[in-house]
Design a protein around this ligand. Structure first.
Ligand SMILES: NC(=O)c1ccc[n+]([C@@H]2O[C@H](COP(=O)([O-])OP(=O)(O)OC[C@H]3O[C@@H](n4cnc5c(N)ncnc54)[C@H](O)[C@@H]3O)[C@@H](O)[C@H]2O)c1
Ligand SMILES: O=c1ccn([C@@H]2O[C@H](COP(=O)(O)OP(=O)(O)O[C@H]3O[C@H](CO)[C@@H](O)[C@H](O)[C@H]3O)[C@@H](O)[C@H]2O)c(=O)[nH]1
Length: 330
């Protein structure tokens, strides 16, 4: 049986593709429009269908031709402050297009869906670490656009007798330990990526967005999960669904928060570079602290992380950033 990975040429999707291939899955098919992804991120044994997830005839034809039973849906727009500036663009990309994809996929025969959701659905949670049962309350359009897709998937699954796992990722970081993929977006906004670029001199400085939050050092707290650990969570979710397991909604994080200033210290220490840091005002749409309640995924799927170590994550991110520099000469 074949798996369809939307957004498989992107950062996290490419690690999912590698995990599927490493685990010996028969056939992996990717639909990606390469808007932020790269065809070179895909290993040669993967079929890349270049196109939009909202192209229903393309999706239906791909599902039928490759006898796809399972869909892992990564394709999305992902930058929180951009979603504040362009909410309708985010609802189109993450909600409207997901609706078209889910409809076409189910009608063409897909039985299982794994959806890339986000900690942003919790907004500014009253409880940290945040359990899955806490009522979602997103505070930015990105989180809302993803929550609506969770709900569509839940309703469609019930109506059409399919099963799903919604994975709510916390902050994804690091790179493939074997150096085959990593975060490659040139103008990425993610903290660890930006900090490694500052350490390597690709950026003049790093800005800290907000030092007046109600947190121990005033900067935001996040739970950083290593990208191959996250891909491994998808594999166990896939096995669960194919084995007849029930639909689930699960956090993906380690259950420990680091502040922005702590992350910067780790990047400086691992790289040995004391790059310039500016203290700036808050960034629109940012919650102050978000840390995963991380027990349910272990209990339900038996997921055991292998890379729960911020220094290790930063070391991988730095190595990937250096390799990208050699590749792109930047
Ligand atoms: N990076 C994080 O920290 C994080 C955290 C929580 C959730 N997520 C979710 O994980 C998923 C993957 O994120 P990422 O960091 O790998 O982002 P990314 O931008 O690297 O990957 C997205 C991929 O989807 C493709 N794509 C986008 N729109 C498309 C469309 N309409 N049709 C076909 N392909 C399309 C892009 O070309 C790219 O390859 C997203 O759904 C995101 O919301 C990411
Ligand atoms: O140059 C920078 C970049 C980020 N930050 C801060 O670092 C924290 C983390 O920011 P970032 O790495 O941009 O991630 P988030 O905005 O937390 O969002 C990520 O994590 C979410 C889950 O928590 C996902 O849903 C999103 O897709 C993903 O972009 C935030 O407090 C930012 O304000 C800075 O201070 N300076």
């Amino acid at each position: 049986m074949a798996v369809l990975v939307t957004g498989g040429a992107g950062y996290i999707g490419s690690h999912m593709v590698l995990a599927l291939i490493d685990a010996g899955h028969d056939e992996v098919v990717v639909i990606d429009d390469l808007s932020t992804g790269f065809d070179w991120a895909l290993p040669p044994e993967v079929t890349l269908v270049r196109g939009d997830v909202a192209d229903q005839s393309l999706v239906a034809e791909t599902v039928r031709r490759h006898k796809i039973d399972a869909l892992a849906h990564f394709a999305a727009k992902i930058v929180v402050p951009d979603s504040v500036a362009d909410p309708l663009g985010y609802y189109l990309a993450n909600t409207v297009k997901s609706r078209a994809l889910i409809e076409a996929a189910i009608h063409a025969g897909v039985r299982h869906v794994i959806f890339s959701s986000t900690a942003a659905v919790y907004g500014e949670p009253a409880v940290v670490p945040v359990p899955e049962d806490l009522a979602p309350n997103p505070i930015n359009p990105y989180g809302r656009s993803k929550l609506m897709t969770e709900w569509m998937l839940e309703d469609a699954a019930r109506a059409h007798g399919i099963s799903y796992v919604v994975l709510r990722y916390f902050n994804v970081a690091g790179a493939d330990p074997r150096g085959r993929s990593g975060q490659s977006t040139p103008n990425a906004t993610h903290l660890i990526k930006v900090a490694t670029q500052a350490a390597l001199g690709k950026r003049e400085r790093l800005e800290v967005f907000g030092t007046d939050y109600p947190t121990p050092d005033g900067s935001c707290l996040r739970d950083y999960i290593q990208v191959s650990d996250l891909a491994a969570a998808h594999l166990v979710a896939l096995n669960h669904l194919r084995g007849g397991g029930e639909s689930l909604t699960l956090n993906c994080g380690y259950g420990r928060g680091y502040s922005v200033l702590e992350v910067i210290d780790v990047v400086k220490s691992v790289s040995g570079v004391d790059f310039p840091v500016t203290l700036s005002p808050r960034r629109p749409g940012d919650p102050s602290r978000i840390v995963a309640g991380a027990d349910r995924i272990r209990a339900e799927l038996g997921w055991v992380p292998q890379h729960d170590d911020l220094r290790g994550i930063v070391t991988q991110a730095l190595a990937w950033e250096e390799a990208l520099g050699r590749r792109n000469r930047i």
